[in-house]
Ligand binder design. Structure first.
Ligand code: NAP
Length: 308
């Protein structure tokens, strides 16, 4: 039996593993895909302390894995089912069943995609899902932001720091975002709008260069591009998909995210949640890592106070 099983090997899970393993707890991290989570698909990471211009997301993920692997076991398996309610937790994967005294959930949240032609082709070649990560790479360019929620509008304002112009493309003429953010966007001279518009296709050659839009009211098709022909930035913020499906019947989930207290405890004893899958305001790598640290320390205290 493991002391701790961590489900998900992004920055939150790897940090939890590092802290748990260094506390001499028998720790297993189970990752279904590649370690690093969303960060592994980010071109460069400039906003994590110590990572400088040559730090690629993949490189940073690999270094985190190397560091954590000294203290925790890592298996690449898909978790299919969990039994969390008893004192001993069971985690069933595609390859077998594992038992632990504590489970830390760090399954993350993936950015919802538009699912249009060109979106995959130009990912990291003009298309981004993270303004804080990638905004500086689009300095002086015309940027298009897709979405009408708080994320889209707040990130649009942030992107005006770098962009020549920012155009918000939204499928309705009213925004889901809170009123004060909408007011700030409307007051910003650098921000323009393409409303009642859905993205049909993103086009380009080596980089994204234009977006084909369809007007939802008139059916008109038009192509938007940079003022002076050239590369554009396309930032897509159409919501998140937290990876909570297998926990839905057991854990308290609010707004789609697992609810925790500030010690990362969920409503079930011995079960903690960290990183982007957790309900919280700031979803950044540095806050994910912080969650992982807190959860490992909380879990250690839980183990000290309970006998098996
Ligand atoms: P969201 O509130 O779910 O908004 C997603 C936006 O994308 C909506 O405007 C939606 O349009 C649009 N959309 C969804 N699917 C689409 C598609 N296939 N094509 C085109 N547009 C699509 O997501 P979010 O903005 O990421 O926010 C998530 C949660 O975090 C929200 O509760 C939000 O309030 C919160 N948040 C809070 C803050 C803050 O407090 N500072 C900051 C960021 C986020 P419709 O409106 O037409 O549905």
């Amino acid at each position: 039996m493991y002391d701790i099983i961590i489900i998900g090997g992004g920055p939150a899970g790897l940090t939890a593993g590092l802290y748990a393993g260094r506390s001499n707890l028998k720790t297993l991290i189970i990752e279904k895909d590649v370690v690093g989570g969303q960060i592994s698909s980010t071109a460069f990471v400039e906003n994590y302390p110590g990572s400088i211009e040559d730090a690629t997301g993949m490189g940073l993920s690999e270094r985190m894995l190397e560091q954590t692997s000294k203290f925790a076991e890592v298996k690449y398996e898909n978790v299919k089912e969990v039994d969390l309610e008893g004192k001993t937790k069971k985690v069933t994967t595609s390859k077998g069943e594992y038992e632990a005294k504590v489970v830390i959930i760090s399954t993350g949240a993936s950015h919802r995609k538009l699912g249009v032609s060109g979106e995959e082709e130009f990912a990291n070649k003009g298309i981004s899902y993270c303004a804080t990560c990638d905004g500086p790479f689009f300095t002086g360019l015309d940027i298009f932001v897709v979405g009408g929620g708080d994320s889209a509008l707040e990130e649009a304002i942030y992107l005006t720091k770098f962009a020549k112009s920012v155009t918000i493309i939204h499928r309705r003429d009213e925004f889901r975002a809170s009123g004060y953010v909408v007011d700030r966007v409307k007051e910003n001279p650098k921000i323009k709008f393409e409303l009642d518009s859905v993205v049909k296709e993103i086009k380009g050659d080596r980089e994204a260069k234009s977006i084909v839009l369809e007007n939802t009211k008139t059916g008109e098709i038009k192509e938007v591009k940079a003022e002076e022909d050239g590369p554009i930035g396309v930032f897509i913020f159409v919501g998140y998909l937290p990876q909570t499906k297998i926990f839905e019947n057991v854990l308290e989930i609010k707004d789609g995210y697992i609810d925790t207290d500030e010690d990362m405890k969920t409503n079930v004893e011995g079960v903690f949640a960290v990183g982007d899958v957790r309900r919280k305001k700031v979803r950044q790598m540095v806050t994910a890592a912080a969650d992982g640290c807190i959860a490992a320390i909380s879990a250690n205290k839980y183990l000290e106070n309970n006998q098996w």
